[in-house]
Design a protein around this ligand. Sequence first.
Ligand SMILES: [Zn+2]
Length: 222
Amino acid sequence: MYRDNHTCQYCRGKSKDSILNVHHIRSRQSHGDRPGNLVTLCETCHTKLHKESLENYFHPKDKGFKDESQFTILRWFIYNGIKEKYPDVNLTFGYITKNTRIKNNLPKSHAVDARCISGNPLAKPPVNTLYIKQVRKNNRQLHKFNPSKGGIRKANKAPYLVKGFRLFDKVLYNNRKCFIFGRRKSGYFDLRLLDGTKIHASASHKRLDLIESATSMLKEVS
Ligand SMILES: [Zn+2]
């Protein structure tokens, strides 16, 4: 019901019936209670569906769940790719993760979600969390200029290197590992952790040691 936004997936609320049922798309005996076999229906539609044997004409998956069409393709591509290497890979769902988190009275964070997904929600620190953030590097030819449209390379970009540093370089500042999130030509940089936590808004480049050159996948262990 949570996944379906507490809305009948047949009439989408048009019946005004506020009583909701969970309907088995295919028989419970053969296909069970897994989320993919369940759909939220209002009682009016649920009764009608069974009475008029409309089951065969109702394929909620064909109608598509909200925001799912694009993602479904990608999900199966990733899933099948991983399954080739690791046969015991499993799929889970966001609302199950949320349910596990609430049931175990855990705070909301990416690290907690990862623990809930892994099936070990109560794993106790010390547990290292690897945080990976993808960033745009804006270095594709497309972003630089577009000759077919008579484009001219934009000159308003900061130079690639400022005092030897690039945007998203991983650096050591005051014994803390952090990333360059913004640079000024003067050599004073905006330093942050991957979750956006500010380390220093205007740190001198002279106090930075390069740990790792910028890539499009930033990694941070905490
Ligand atoms: Zn309905």
